[in-house]
Ligand binder design. Structure first.
Ligand code: M7G
Length: 321
């Protein structure tokens, strides 16, 4: 089909597929017949149209960023993190839209840990026994300065993102995650943050102490997304990362149909809240005694120590293990 004027007469009837993670929309509709075929003459023809955004060209990265930032609006800013909505188009009509078509995240000043986290890298799978947790992971967590989670303290103390808080109690807070553009329901992404700062990760969860907290987060998350976005039970995927980037306990609350790129939803890394609740109900100390298997990027602070011990473990013959 060479005739662009025919394409301009596209009549949309249905959105077949919305894939925000791939920046892709697939549409069903009709196009007028070009009159070339005897069978279709006069009748509109059924047509599928797929629109996909191209990847950014890295060779123009600096000018691309400057151009985008020129038209961007700050969505939120907490501690060293700022996220903005930007417009790739310069058309006045599009600039008037309340939401841009790109999201820009800024971390400044960025630490080495941030640089390593965002560097593309190979991963290996490691097995963390309770003993390795105590010997390697706990000291690693303790080595982070308090500034690492200052964004959490700012939110919990009521000094940041307060206009966006969806739920707050003496035990936790629910608000939109920095990853969300705040309006695309198909990529809805919220985060529940516990107030108890001694609760660092999945490893610290105990059934007798934390089941009420986890069940309450599950209940309120369903209530909020049901009331506000019309998403019913079964429409949410809630998970806990191990290892997380930030060792202050939080739960990811995401539209179940959204496929997060990268490691965010990988097996081993993301533990379903439902499964965590079931396991803790079965055995209150399960995360104290369990061996946890997860992927670690080459740049991760735990990569070298865990790879070294993993090598030592692999050298022991199975009969000695
Ligand atoms: P994580 O499992 O520790 O690490 O999750 P990840 O970033 O590798 O997923 C922390 C979650 O908190 C992520 O989903 C972040 O996008 C989110 N997050 C991080 N920061 C710094 C902020 C922030 O300042 N505000 C909000 N609302 N969310 C944040």
């Amino acid at each position: 089909m060479q005739d662009l004027s025919l394409l301009q007469s596209f009549e949309l009837s249905e959105i077949l597929s919305e894939e925000p993670d791939r920046c892709r929309l697939t549409l069903l509709g009709t196009l007028p017949s070009s009159g070339n075929t005897s069978t279709s003459e006069g009748h509109p023809l059924r047509a599928i149209i797929r629109i996909e955004k191209n990847a950014f060209a890295s060779e123009h990265a600096a000018s691309l960023f400057k151009d985008l930032i020129h038209k961007a609006k700050v969505m939120e800013s907490t501690d060293i993190y700022t996220w903005l909505s930007g417009w790739t188009s310069s058309k006045a009509s599009e600039l008037k839209q309340p939401h841009g078509d790109v999201k820009i995240n800024v971390i400044c000043p960025a630490t080495d840990v941030h640089v390593r986290k965002y560097t593309k890298q190979e991963i290996i799978l490691v097995q963390e026994t309770p003993e390795l947790y105590r010997r390697i992971v706990e000291p690693y967590i303790a080595s982070f300065p308090p500034e690492r989670t200052r964004w959490v303290t700012e939110i919990l103390a009521g000094r940041a993102e307060q206009g966006k808080v969806l739920y707050s109690s003496s035990a936790y807070i629910i608000l939109p995650d920095m990853k969300w553009d705040l309006h695309t329901t198909s990529s809805l992404y919220l985060v529940a943050i516990a107030r108890d700062h001694t609760l660092r990760s999945l490893r610290d969860l105990r059934g007798d102490e934390h089941l009420d907290l986890l069940k309450s987060i599950r209940q309120e998350a369903y209530r909020i997304v049901g009331d506000k976005w019309g998403i019913g039970r079964g429409g949410l995927r809630m998970w806990i990362h191990y290892q997380p980037s930030y060792y202050h306990f939080h739960v990811h609350i995401v539209n179940v149909n959204y496929e997060l790129p990268g490691m965010g939803m990988a097996v081993g890394q993301a533990h379903l809240l439902e499964d965590v609740i079931a396991l803790l109900a079965f055995n209150s100390n399960v995360y104290e005694v369990m061996t946890l298997t997860y992927g670690l990027g080459q740049q991760h602070g735990l990569y070298k120590p865990m790879k070294t011990v993993q090598g030592e473990i692999d050298e022991i013959s199975p009969s000695q293990r």
